[in-house]
Design a protein around this ligand. Structure first.
Ligand code: UDP
Length: 253
């Protein structure tokens, strides 16, 4: 088979030219990085888990009418996606204080926020993805006002969907990051949820015990990252030897 053309190699994924024009193959690596790649490791099986988890979330979003770049999963580590122009922003939605917000504002981790808060960071590793305001985004032309309205609406819809799905399997969605892409259809452009949605880019806490089931397990050396991601995939019923979902709703007499 002819070697595929590599388009881009990121920290957790490699992108290859897809089989049809306008498509891309996303290959999920086992590499884990944190603190702007100062901490690095290879976590066997992480790529496989993120591939199936991201497929599950992207398909679910499409089913509730949220457009995504996802086309289909090709194999254990690869998925076919629509090629899009990534807007250089990390769109973060927070339901509970944690991580950088807790540090910045001195709010204890786990404090419920009065409403979901959406933040934007400029995607630039060299600068450590700094927090920016809509003023910066408009002034530097990273997105238009119409884009920002659409991005906010997409972010909140993703939050409602993901929060509900996770709550159903006994997990609290603390916060998450998404990336948004532009796809061009003739003269029109449309914004879609792009990149990936996985425990690498979410904070997921067990509803009852508060146990962390996301990349903080790696960032903070809390145990096995594969076990945490496997637990999430198992609760969602995505693995062949499915464990009974924990935290499933129980009927009260
Ligand atoms: N996040 C991410 N990529 C980044 C920065 C943040 O996926 O480059 C996710 C992170 O996993 C968390 C949310 O965005 O779910 C908010 O992260 P935060 O700003 O608290 O940063 P951190 O504490 O992870 O540095």
């Amino acid at each position: 088979m002819a070697r595929r053309k590599k388009i881009y190699e990121g920290k957790a994924k490699t992108l290859y030219e897809g089989p049809e024009p306008g498509t891309i193959v996303q290959y999920f690596k086992d590499d884990a990085t944190a603190f702007n790649a100062e901490k690095k490791d290879v976590i066997e099986g992480k790529g496989v888990l993120n591939n199936i988890l991201s497929e599950y979330f992207m398909l679910g979003l499409a089913n509730v009418g949220v457009p995504t770049h996802f086309l289909k999963r090709l194999n254990m580590r690869e998925q076919l996606v629509r090629s899009c122009e990534i807007i250089p922003l990390e769109v973060i939605v927070r339901n509970y204080a944690a991580g950088s917000m807790s540090k910045r504002l001195g709010i204890e981790e786990g404090t419920q926020l009065p409403r979901p808060i959406v933040e934007y960071c400029y995607k630039e590793d060299k600068l450590g993805d700094p927090l920016v305001t809509e003023e910066h985004i408009a002034a530097f032309g990273w997105a238009t006002q119409q884009d920002m309205d659409d991005i906010l609406s997409l972010a909140l819809r993703v939050n409602d969907f993901l929060s509900g799905v996770m709550y159903g399997v006994g997990i609290k969605l603390v916060d998450f990051k998404i990336e948004i892409g532009r796809v061009f259809e003739g003269d029109f452009q449309r914004l879609v949820v792009a990149d990936e949605i996985s425990p690498d880019s979410c904070r997921l806490w067990d509803l009852e015990t508060g146990e962390k089931l996301d990349k903080d397990v790696f960032r903070r050396d809390l145990g096995s990252l594969t076990d945490a991601y496997t637990e999430v995939a198992n609760r969602l019923g995505l693995l062949p030897k499915n464990q009974p979902p924990m935290g499933k709703p129980t009927l009260i007499n």
